[in-house]
Design a protein around this ligand. Structure first.
Ligand code: MSP
Length: 521
């Protein structure tokens, strides 16, 4: 039986319009999901939408819809974006799904019964746009404003239910200490640890100031705080308290992916909720960096929000996926600029990868009537042997990078192989071999290049799946690409063993993968 792999993105605020920041988390998760599927895991990839709260109710009212009608409409923007960007999620959960609402109520009931949720009165500073309560100290430190968005905060006093975070401080610290992989990267773990060490206060988890939320069972007028509601999605989607068999199979999640600003919710509140429920904690919480645009924070008011769909429409989906994951190490911040994007498109995709395929297939056509030659001795000289060694080492390197979520490291490793192959063409000069009638060498060189391209196609599949399948088609390979195991790809299956071979295959050269973009236009 294959091993399960359960990974999640956060739930996106349903009334946002998807931008490259949202796309970043989702594409990263998609690459990981595809990679895991290609290495034999039974993957469950979850994403979805966060649909409750005052802001959403306000937006609905403004458009003269009921909140439910409104979210039913706007959720399509996310579903459509993910479909267009090639996101292979296995489930899209909405916090308004009846099955989710039931689990939230069940969690509340259990924690109330246990005493980890208890009634009280809350007075504090509240940021309505961020739907977050802040302490006096935090608000003062931020200059009497919301520490996050810097907008004014208001004082709220209401009857509420508290969640006993304070009772779990030591237990959480102990867990973090004993599980170094629980919060990644390390810088985020350090931030969380010092935050928790300052002392945890109990958290107000119900609201009476608005109605658009999960009703608290048996407590007229109370709805569940949006974060408490939304975090539960990770277990409600996995069948918690509804489908025990499914839950046993999927839980604990292998990784929760998110941006750095919401690590605290996932690495403090969420694990404590699980501890209180007596449910095991997820294996890992990974907080990636933030994208700015030309050095500035992306915001609707600045009008600098980058729409990944418009970008995909103009340049293709795969260049968007490639750029976001290649540009910065996962965990670090990145800056988007159109100039940079086009620069990478032209150099990495059009020149390095696109040309390698195009030149190689043109030569296979010219010298061997489009049939990849059988090579008697692929490693006939030292440079060929070097190329073969690198081709054999790269898959394991890519796999080890992906296991660490080092997406850009994985891509760098693939591009090293691509660039070595391009250099190999210059070094071996097949046109000269042909002119000199050195057929054995020419056969080996063309075979080796095609074999490298076959491996490259497998390795780039999780990142740029549409391109990989175009490469596969042009290489003329009949075996399905999806079932190739990334971690086991190697140069030419050893004689007598089954496996996809390139020798003897009739190639089918097609259009260039990435037509060059003329910057002067
Ligand atoms: N609804 C909450 C999450 C609840 S999960 C139980 C939320 N939603 S969000 O839409 O604001 O953010 C969703 C994801 O998009 C987060 O991972 C966030 O970090 C990411 N990004 C939003 N803007 C971003 C950038 N500018 N750059 C990179 N990622 C950012 O938070």
């Amino acid at each position: 039986m294959s091993r399960k792999f359960y990974l999640t993105t956060p739930l996106y605020y349903v009334n946002d319009v998807p931008h490259i920041g949202h796309a970043y988390t989702t594409i990263a998760a998609d690459v990981l999901a595809r990679y895991k599927r290609m290495t034999g895991f039974d993957v469950f990839f979850l994403t979805g939408s966060d649909e409750h709260g005052q802001k959403i109710a306000d937006a609905a009212a403004e458009h003269k819809y009921s909140p439910q009608e409104y979210v039913n409409m706007v959720v399509e923007r996310f579903k459509d974006a993910w479909q267009k960007l090639g996101i292979s999620c296995d489930h899209f959960i909405r916090t308004t799904d009846e099955s989710h609402v039931k689990v939230v109520q069940e969690v509340f009931r259990r924690l109330l019964e246990k005493g980890d949720v208890y009634p009280g009165e809350y007075e504090g500073w509240y940021c309505r746009p961020c739907e977050t309560f802040w302490t006096q100290f935090q608000v003062e430190e931020a200059g009497n404003a919301c520490p996050d968005c810097k907008r004014p905060v208001e004082k709220l006093k209401e009857k509420t239910f508290f969640f006993r975070l304070s009772g779990y401080q030591d237990k959480l610290l102990k867990h973090i200490e004993e599980h170094p992989a629980f919060i990644q990267p390390e810088s985020r773990r350090n931030e969380v640890v010092s935050f928790v060490k300052q002392g945890l206060k109990d958290l107000s988890i119900t609201r009476t100031t608005f109605k658009w939320g999960v009703p608290v069972p048996g407590q007229e007028g109370h709805v569940v705080y949006v974060w408490f509601d939304a975090l539960i999605n990770y277990i409600s989607a996995a069948g918690f308290s509804a489908d025990e068999k499914k839950f046993r199979k999927l839980w604990p999640a292998d990784v929760h992916l998110m941006g750095k600003e919401i690590v605290r919710f996932h690495a403090v509140i969420w694990p404590i909720m699980l501890m209180a429920l007596g449910v095991p904690l997820p294996e890992a919480v990974f907080g990636h960096g933030w994208w700015t645009v030309e050095g500035k924070k992306m915001s609707k008011s600045k009008g600098n929000v980058v729409d990944p769909l418009a970008l995909a429409e103009e340049f293709g989906v795969d260049p968007v996926r490639y750029f976001l994951l290649r540009e910065v190490p996962f965990g670090a911040d990145g800056d988007f600029s159109r100039k940079h994007f086009i620069g990478r498109y032209n150099s990495d995709l059009a020149n390095d990868l696109g040309n390698l395929l195009n030149r190689t297939l043109t030569m296979v056509g010219k010298y061997f009537e489009g049939v990849v030659p059988v090579a008697e001795k692929p490693g006939f000289d030292e440079i060929s042997e070097d190329l073969i060694t690198l081709a054999n080492e790269t898959p394991a390197l890519v796999a080890s990078q992906l296991d660490k979520l080092a997406f850009s490291g994985a891509l760098s490793a693939v591009w090293e192989l691509i660039n070595r192959a391009n250099k190999y063409i210059e070094q071996e000069a097949p046109w000269k071999l042909s002119k000199d009638g050195n057929m054995d060498a020419l056969k080996a060189v063309m075979h080796n290049l095609c074999e490298v391209l076959r491996i490259v196609a497998i390795l780039v599949t999780p990142f740029i799946p549409a391109t990989a399948s175009r490469m596969w088609k042009q290489l003329g390979i009949k075996d399905p690409l999806e079932t190739q195991d990334i971690s086991k790809a190697s140069f030419g299956p050893p004689a007598g063993r089954a496996g996809t071979k390139i020798a003897g295959v009739k190639v089918a050269k097609g259009d260039p993968l990435f037509p060059r973009i003329d910057v002067s236009k």
